[in-house]
Design a protein around this ligand. Structure first.
Ligand SMILES: [Cu+2]
Length: 138
């Protein structure tokens, strides 16, 4: 009886841990300052809660997201070395914000439909906060 109870608890605990591992991955973007003169910007790691987009905004010291200058597709889960092609020149010293956006609310799946301030394919906000990081072009 005691053994049965303990194994039941153990099974419950491992199921709980497995659930946490599968669903507890905190959305995040990691990227370093980098040379973007080759026309791309790369995030070393992105953890996305769903399929979506890594969106590259211009920004500055105010840390507000500005115009979109690139994007790349994300798969649900861990993404490594995600590169976006820059749609315009980015000069050394310019700041970029790399942000996770959803694939949600637009007219088409798999087509990036966001424009600044739009709802379509807009940014995700778990806990009310944007998921992003900023870099400075070297
Ligand atoms: Cu954004």
């Amino acid at each position: 009886m005691k053994r049965f109870a303990l194994s039941t608890i153990a099974a419950t605990m491992s199921a709980t841990l497995a659930f946490a591992a599968g669903h507890g991955m905190t959305p995040a973007v990691e990227a370093a300052d980098q040379d973007v003169s080759g026309g791309t910007v790369t995030a070393s790691s992105v953890i996305a809660p769903e399929n979506g987009w890594l969106v590259v905004h211009r920004t500055d010291a105010s840390m507000k997201p500005g115009p979109v200058v690139g994007y790349a597709a994300l798969k649900k889960g861990e993404n490594s070395d995600v590169s976006a092609i820059l749609q315009e020149g980015v000069a050394s010293g310019d700041m970029l914000m790399l942000m996770i956006h959803a694939e949600d609310g637009g007219m088409a799946t798999g087509v990036f439909e966001y424009t600044l301030g739009a709802k379509e394919d807009g940014p995700i906000k778990p806990d009310g906060n944007l998921v992003m990081t900023t870099i400075t072009a070297q």
